[in-house]
Design a protein. Structure first.
Length: 347
């Protein structure tokens, strides 16, 4: 039988491996950020990007004696702010639940015991950080800050609530030409309009600003759920059933041709959820800000209960997200919404 885990051992492991534990959320964020082309920024305070807007239309014919009129302004500015919000991960457990035995299988995956040479106390604190990081990753698009409700879904403000706020403020709208109606990309059903999900996607993409559809200034990137992409593919299959059964890859290539976006990059990831929400933007337009230094020790082990075997694990960090710009030359979205899919943890 292995030795019983102690509070002192857990506390020492948290201190000894503090720097290693602080880096783990970064690697979790880096994995998803790489897929989306997001920028991950280690940020302790607010950061502001100022985007300059030039006004055109000041050119016209000249003649002697003409009435001289002037445009009211040459330029204006749009500020995009990123300020990480403090979140905590807290859990209570009993140390008698853990014995320093060697696990052979972890979440269905065989473990290489030669590689797993860290003490059990470190592996426990490491798993706490991994669970925390997964909570953040699967909340990146959906989280909406609410200090009165304790949940990953209320820990900070994610990308979709950020879009909602920008829409309410008037920065995203039909008038601004960065909010274009697409209709739902519903499942394909033969003989109904919903078999045209592919055509709806093409029509929506085709309405993007020419600069957004081109590769000038960055790669055009489409964020779309797996369900919406499959519905578009199935709609295309119904339309072309008489002569070809398109694969998803073939459908994407045809999508590039039909929408006149030859270098379109299509991003599908489970963190985006399910539904017909679409975002077309220049790759690199989204930022993730994080700070793991908001507490002196990243993972804290506290023995604060009447039962000396009960222990509290406490982790503190800060997270925030930002769209760098929502000008129609670099960004466009639609009127649909998605539903989150949470795959964090093993149970």
């Amino acid at each position: 039988m292995g030795k019983v885990i102690t509070v002192a051992g857990l506390t020492e492991a948290a201190k000894t491996y503090d720097l290693t534990l602080r880096t783990l959320p970064y690697f979790a964020l880096e994995t998803v950020a790489k897929k989306y082309g997001m920028n991950v920024i280690n940020l302790a305070d607010e950061n502001i990007i100022v985007n300059k807007r030039r006004k055109a239309g000041g050119t016209g014919p000249y003649k002697i004696g003409m009435d001289i009129t002037y445009q009211a302004e040459l330029m204006k500015f749009y500020e995009s702010k990123l300020k990480p919000e403090v979140v905590v991960f807290k859990v209570k457990d009993n140390i008698l639940n853990y014995v320093d035995n060697k696990a052979l299988v972890e979440a269905g995956t065989p473990i290489d015991l030669k590689a797993k040479n860290h003490p059990q106390e470190f592996l426990i604190t490491k798993d706490i950080v991994i669970s925390h990081a997964e909570d953040i990753v699967f909340a990146l698009f959906y989280a909406e800050r609410d200090a009165d409700v304790f949940s990953p879904a209320t820990a900070f403000t994610g990308f979709f609530p950020t879009l909602d706020a920008l829409t309410t403020a008037g920065h995203i709208s039909a008038g601004e030409k960065n909010l274009i109606t697409s209709g739902a990309l519903a499942p394909a059903v033969a003989g109904t309009p919903d078999e045209l999900a592919y055509d709806r996607l093409v029509a929506w993409l085709s309405q993007a600003h020419p600069m957004l559809r081109s590769s000038q200034g960055g790669i055009p990137q489409l964020l779309i759920s797996e369900t919406a992409l499959k519905n578009a593919r199935d709609g295309m299959r119904l339309k072309t059933a008489a002569f070809q059964r398109f694969t998803t890859a073939e459908m994407i290539e045809q999508l590039k041709e039909d929408s006149y976006i030859p270098n379109l990059e299509v991003v599908v990831d489970e963190t985006y959820g399910t539904g017909s929400k679409l975002i077309l933007q220049k790759k690199g337009n989204m930022d993730i800000g994080f700070d793991t230094n908001s507490a002196k020790q990243f993972v804290q082990v506290r023995n604060i209960y009447e039962d000396p075997n009960d222990v509290q694990f406490w982790l503190q960090a800060a997270y925030g997200v930002r769209f760098r710009d929502v000008h129609p030359k670099v960004f466009m979205t639609n009127e649909q919404t998605n539903t989150a899919v949470n795959l964090a943890g093993d149970y």
